[in-house]
Each structure stands twice: as structure tokens, then as C-alpha cells.
Design a protein around this ligand. Structure first.
Ligand SMILES: CC(C)(COP(=O)(O)OP(=O)(O)OC[C@H]1O[C@@H](n2cnc3c(N)ncnc32)[C@H](O)[C@@H]1OP(=O)(O)O)[C@@H](O)C(=O)NCCC(=O)NCCS
Length: 176
């Protein structure tokens, strides 16, 4: 089932459009936000535009991709989250990012949980995976809270990583 919006109690997620590039560069270009992302921060709005075009190609192919997270009420773009095919893992991979002002409020957990529900239930995707830098403790915690379990360590996209998998039985378990 293809949908174009996911809602959580404090956010709304919608597909990116190229019009979002300037706002999105505020996090894709932020070295702190991108510290644990392979290849680091985007160097320009044009680089973010290329990234968004890649998400749009994925959206056209699969009906989902990384989407922009809007704060409910204000409608302010505050980050991104979604599912993308990862050729290294040969699985769909969950990801999320927020502007630093929005960290540690449970917002990534909300967005991740919405994708787990949608991916596993509506889209019927099995074996969702995720990977984080070994030292990205906040991200590891988010994965644990939405039901992912540690699988193995690997060197992915030039980054020492922990790989996590969502067992079918964990779908719907919500917060740990
Ligand atoms: C990772 C990220 C999305 C988390 O977003 P968030 O909205 O702050 O996450 P939540 O508030 O839902 O949950 C964070 C959890 O990590 C915990 N945490 C935060 N920093 C931590 C640290 N340094 N060590 C251990 N736990 C930490 C929080 O206490 C919270 O757990 P709790 O609910 O059990 O208390 C955010 O930090 C971010 O955007 N980082 C940069 C981008 C990034 O690394 N994305 C992930 C790439 S794999």
C-alpha cells in the first residue's frame, strides 16, 4: 500500500521534494548531525539536492524512501527518517536524523516506530535492518527501543558499524 504521509503524536512525515533542499541542508550540512554518517556532512545545498533526488528515485521505484520529518503544529522541517534499500546488507535499512535542538525528546523513536509499523505491516517488508557507527549510542538506543536486535559488527561504507535486525516477532513491540 503506497501512502504519502505518516503521522506520529508530535510529527508528520512526508516524501521529500526538491523544494526542501535549503531547509534540509540545515541538518545534512551540519557536521554534528552527520558525524556518524558515512561520507560526513553535505558540502553545499546542491549536494543536499542530489541526495533528495536519490531519495525521489527510490520513492518512485519502491513507493517509500527517506522522508522529511515536520514538527506537528509549526510544520517546521526538523529531520528525516525512512527506509532505503542497502546494497551492502541486501535489505531495507531504517534511518533517522534530527536537528540537534530536537534530540533527546523521543522524536526519533516516534519516527522510527512509525516506519517499523508501516514497513512491516502495510508494506509487508521482512527482516528490516539498520546499522550505526559503533559509538553512536543514541542511535543504538533508538533501534533497541523500536525492537531491533544486535546482529553483528561490520565495516560498512567505510564505517565501523553495528548491524541490527528487526525480527518479525519484534514488530509492534514499541518502546523497550
Ligand atoms: C540518533 C538520533 C536520531 C536520536 O534522536 P533522538 O530523537 O534524540 O532519539 P530519542 O530521544 O528517541 O532516543 C534517544 C535515546 O538515546 C539515549 N541517548 C542519547 N545520547 C546517548 C548517549 N550518548 N549514550 C547513551 N544513550 C544515549 C537517550 O537517553 C534516549 O534513550 P532513553 O529514551 O532510553 O532515555 C539523533 O541523536 C541524531 O539525529 N543524531 C545524528 C544523526 C544520526 O546519528 N542518525 C543515526 C544514524 S545511524
Amino acid at each position: 500500500m503506497n501512502i504519502t504521509e505518516l503521522q506520529t503524536s508530535r510529527t508528520i512525515l512526508i516524501p521529500f521534494s526538491t523544494d526542501h533542499a535549503t531547509e534540509a541542508f540545515t541538518w545534512f550540512g551540519d557536521p554534528e548531525v552527520m558525524k556518524f554518517t558515512p561520507f560526513g556532512p553535505d558540502k553545499s545545498v546542491d549536494a543536499t539536492l542530489d541526495r533528495i533526488r536519490h531519495y525521489l528515485e527510490h520513492q518512485a521505484q519502491y513507493g517509500f524512501a527517506k522522508w522529511i520529518i515536520l514538527e506537528r503544529g509549526s510544520g517546521k522541517p526538523i529531520g528525516d527518517s525512512g527506509l532505503m534499500y542497502c546494497s551492502e546488507l541486501k535489505r531495507f535499512e531504517l534511518g533517522y536524523r534530527l536537528l540537534p535542538d530536537y534530540w533527546n525528546k523521543g522524536l526519533a523513536t516516534e519516527a522510527a516506530s512509525a516506519w517499523v509499523q508501516h514497513g512491516a505491516h502495510a508494506l509487508g517488508l521482512k527482516y528490516l535492518m539498520a546499522f550505526t557507527h559503533l559509538d553512536n549510542f543514541a542511535s543504538i538506543r533508538v533501534l533497541e527501543k523500536v525492537g531491533f536486535r544486535f546482529s553483528h559488527q561490520a565495516f560498512l561504507m567505510g564505517m565501523p558499524s553495528k548491524v541490527f535486525a528487526l525480527p518479525d516477532s519484534a514488530v509492534g513491540c514499541g518502546e523497550a
